[in-house]
Design a protein around this ligand. Structure first.
Ligand code: SDX
Length: 431
């Protein structure tokens, strides 16, 4: 406790109340309101939790005003430039950068747990060919709680470690199986000699009819995108994983709940929606029309990939991905980049518009990521699946932190009730 106090006065009773204030290492203080309802008989009200800290965490820090994002204190710009996704996964899970021996052991553990139970593979035959890959991935990840229910004692650190390595290792294999089912091709087994990103590309695009060589440019681009998407504090899907996990539910089902939450177009589903939007806009001369639609309160259309609950400045991830777009498209020899050119012009026009300036709406992580995924040959329906693969590391890290949190309790918010007050049942003959 910081010793600081926050004074409130109960307007009804005139009683003043002092609440303890807690400080973190960086960022806003929090007012500890746990005693409020017991002492004053009132709840706080914060739909969307914009002013509410749901927990204490040591994993990721965001300063939305300054466009700062740090994983365990390391700025995302440095990690994007100098680290790798598998090293970032270790950092997020265990709190420190690994030494060479730790990294080797961690990577080896992930590489050798990428296969999934053959029975799990058969689940894909239950999906129609046009099932959305996110629906398939959420379903099959949820089924892991059936395969691993008896060997998951969440009170046992060893079991928690096994769960973490297992889900991080297998989620790419499940994602690739969903993709192969969607395109009607045979499933490609993982290869232990390939690194995380290269293995995923091989499982996506290799076919039995010929050898497949992974393009290192593509693998490097995916590794960077996964690093940028790995974690993001208490976002919607991470909070969903924490809430589901707080009941003591099987952790695989908590991750499946996070996948479901991520799918929404207001969250991770935005990367798919951005490409659909860019294709709908079609050309630069249509941009003004769509920016006008985004500003029209009577029009439900929003500029997908723009705006953020926390960032009121540039999302640092969007800046890094925009630069990567230039580099990757050039390295892939893609000169015909009409959608990327359109996205750049859309950003330029929107950021000069009073509406976007006044509401502090900037491009977020989803605005440019799909441009790269598309250039790598992935269909838009797989874009949010890519987000889910990377964010699994963040979900697992937060689940682990929540499970051992001494202040942790089952999540159970209250409400402001505005429904009917008590009334007596009326027999149907009198209605
Ligand atoms: C992710 O939380 C995270 O960290 C998420 C994420 C992560 O890594 O986990 O960063 C990933 O989800 C990024 C966001 C992807 N979603 C989109 O790109 C969808 C488009 N964006 C919006 O729907 C919206 O900006 C949200 C959902 C991202 C944020 O919504 P908020 O914080 O609830 O803000 P709001 O809806 O209250 O908007 C504030 C105002 C509103 O206008 P007024 O009612 O005040 O007049 O800004 C307007 C909104 O209409 N607005 C937009 C807009 N986003 C907000 N207007 C047009 N286009 C937009 N994109």
């Amino acid at each position: 406790m910081s010793g600081k106090k926050f004074s409130l006065q109960n307007g009804e009773t005139g009683e003043s109340l002092e609440l303890p204030v807690r400080s973190g290492t960086v960022g806003p203080d929090v007012v500890d309101i746990r005693s409020l309802y017991g002492e004053q008989g009132v709840f706080t009200y914060d739909p969307g939790f914009a002013s509410t800290a749901s927990c204490e965490s040591k994993i990721t820090f965001i300063d939305g005003g300054k466009g700062v994002l740090m994983y365990r204190g390391y700025p995302i710009e440095q990690l994007a430039q100098r680290s790798s996704f598998i090293e970032v996964a270790f950092l997020l899970l265990y709190g420190e950068l690994p030494n060479a021996e730790e990294l080797e052991a961690f990577e080896q553990s992930i590489r050798t747990h990428t296969m999934i139970n053959e029975t799990m593979l058969r689940l894909f035959n239950g999906f129609h060919h046009d099932a959305h890959p996110m629906a398939m991935v959420a379903g099959v990840v949820g089924s892991m709680s059936a395969f691993y229910h008896d060997t998951t004692d969440i009170q046992d650190q060893r079991h928690r470690d096994i769960f973490a390595h297992r889900i991080i290792a297998k989620i790419p294999t499940i994602a690739a199986a969903a993709y192969k089912h969607a395109v009607g091709q045979p499933f490609t087994y993982p290869r232990n000699e390939l690194n995380y990103a290269a293995n995923l590309l091989h499982m996506f695009f290799a076919v039995p009819a010929e050898d497949y060589e992974v393009d290192p440019v593509a693998a490097e681009a995916i590794d960077l995108l996964f690093t940028l998407h790995a974690d993001h504090e208490q976002n919607c899907s991470t909070s969903t994983v924490r809430l589901a996990g707080s009941s003591g539910a099987n952790p695989y089902s908590a991750i499946a709940a996070g996948i479901a939450a991520l799918w929404g177009p207001a969250h991770g589903g935005a990367n798919e929606a951005v490409l659909t939007m860019l294709q709908e806009i079609g050309s630069v001369d249509q941009i003004e029309k769509y920016v006008a639609k985004a500003k029209d309160r009577d029009d439900p259309f929003r500029l997908m990939g723009f705006g953020h609950r926390v960032y009121k400045n540039f999302d640092p991830r969007a800046t890094i991905i925009r630069e990567a777009c230039h580099r990757v498209l050039a390295k892939l020899g893609r000169t015909d980049t009409p959608l990327f050119d359109l996205a750049l012009r859309l950003e330029e026009i929107a950021l000069k518009d009073e509406y976007f300036i006044e509401k502090k709406l900037y491009p977020n992580v989803d605005f440019y990521s799909g441009i790269i995924y598309r250039a790598l040959g992935l269909p838009t329906s797989m874009f949010t699946v890519m987000f889910a693969i990377a964010r699994t590391v963040g979900w697992v890290s937060h689940w682990r932190e929540m499970i051992i949190d001494p202040e942790g309790r089952i999540g159970r918010p209250r409400q402001l009730y505005s429904g009917p007050v008590q009334r007596d049942y009326v027999p149907i003959s009198q209605r």
